[in-house]
Ligand binder design. Structure first.
Ligand code: PLP
Length: 393
């Protein structure tokens, strides 16, 4: 059967591909350490599990409104008020089946054929594919390593055409862990306001910030920027709830209303039980969120020092999320590989460590390692990579 053109153009997720290859090697009896995963290794906190069980026992197992339970929307509104000092009304919020689905739904309602969306590189793997699935065209703007992989207002301005509809900002960033400062966001925001470009602000790693850094949402910087921004967020990374599939979008009510209309014909609603769990996630204690953040920061500090001692590895220290994104071009050359893709394959097959090559994120010189795994496992993985480079150079 000939499939639709829109799926033929889809690139499979590189993070899932490496995970599949690592699993294959494990199944064949190899002792592989996987650093490809993008999810916290902690269990969902107990009080959130209890809320889900209670919801089931109380019979909350039916359809909910397509845009989410009113009580969850209130909890999300409370979170925005508490954390960002921004006021949203329920009509400005839609709850979706994960932040990924919120983004997917957003691009579906936003883009006409050939509308352009500016995507800074390195980017999260799903942005370009989601834009293409909606008929849009990704326009890449390079976040240079010397600028901490961030784009400048001048670069943004230059990439805007009459077809530009939106720009995606992801701070803290997957894969680089970099964050935009308040002044950088203001400068980028000014360009978007002047040119009438919608800002899609993916803030899913908001709670994972290190070294005293505080999260700044571009939407909190002025009423005009709030009106120009759709915030994407969710409980997956902050509350270790990746499998529950709850994310949301907040912004202009006509966009949210179109997304709700689309959701009513696609998912109907996010899982009722997961929505009740998410109410507990936002309305009850935030201590586990901080506990996980502290654990990630401890790992980052230990692993970062070890990683940067490997010959041919250079790495800007991440300020957030749970990934390291070293430039390993030199290490690839030192060990006799033509490119970082081949070097990554060698790390998997010979050093038995699964990392994701940067090509999937739009950069050829880097690899992404996730530190969302236990410290002893991480230390062993870095040691294996170090040994591999020493033995092959
Ligand atoms: N945005 C970014 C930058 C991510 O890294 C991820 C998950 O890896 C998501 C969105 C999707 O999160 P969710 O699990 O809520 O769909």
């Amino acid at each position: 059967m000939k499939l639709a053109q829109r799926v033929e153009a889809l690139t499979p997720s590189s993070t899932l591909a490496i995970t599949a290859k690592a699993k294959e090697l494990k199944a064949a009896g190899h002792d592989v350490i996987g650093l490809g995963a993008g999810e916290p290794d902690f269990n969902t906190p107990q009080h959130i599990l209890d809320a889900a069980v209670n919801a089931m026992n109380e019979g909350h197992t039916k359809y909910t409104p397509s845009d989410g339970l009113a009580s969850l929307k209130e909890a999300i509104i409370g979170k925005f008020k508490r954390d960002q000092g921004i006021d949203y009304t329920p009509k400005e919020i839609i709850v979706c089946s994960g932040a990924k689905h919120a983004l997917y739904t957003l691009f579906q309602v936003l883009l006409n054929e050939n509308d352009e969306v500016i995507i800074p590189t390195p980017y999260w793997v799903s942005y370009p594919e989601q834009v293409k699935l909606a008929g849009g065209v990704p326009v890449y703007v390079e976040g240079f390593e010397k600028n901490d992989y961030k784009i400048t207002p001048e670069q943004l301005k230059q990439s805007i055409t009459e077809k530009t509809k939106a720009v995606i900002l992801n701070s803290p960033s997957n894969p680089t862990g970099m964050i935009y400062s308040k002044s950088e966001l203001l400068a980028l925001g000014e360009v978007c306001l002047n040119q009438g470009i919608l800002i899609v602000s993916d803030e899913i790693y908001e709670k994972l910030l290190y070294d005293g850094n505080q999260h700044v949402s571009i939407a909190e910087l002025s009423p005009a920027l709030k009106a120009q921004t759709i915030i994407i967020n969710g409980v997956s990374k902050s509350h270790s709830m990746t499998g529950w599939r709850i994310g949301y979008a907040a912004g202009d009510k006509s966009i949210i209303s179109a997304m709700t209309n689309l959701a009513s014909h696609s998912t109907s609603n996010p899982t009722s039980i997961a929505q009740f769990a998410s109410i507990a996630a936002y309305n009850e204690t935030q201590e586990p969120v901080e506990m996980m953040r502290v654990a990630f920061e401890e790992r980052l500090n230990i692993v970062y020092d070890k990683l940067t001692r490997i010959p041919g590895f250079t790495c800007i220290k991440p300020q957030g999320a749970f990934y390291l994104f070293p430039n390993v071009k030199e290490a690839a050359i030192l060990t006799g590989y033509n490119n970082v893709d081949d070097f990554s394959t060698a790390l998997l097959e010979k050093a038995k460590v699964a990392v994701v090559p940067g090509s999937g994120f739009g950069t050829n010189d880097n690899i992404r390692l996730s530190y969302a795994t236990s410290l002893p496992t991480l230390e062993e993985a870095i040691e294996r990579i170090h040994q591999f480079v020493l033995e092959h150079k």
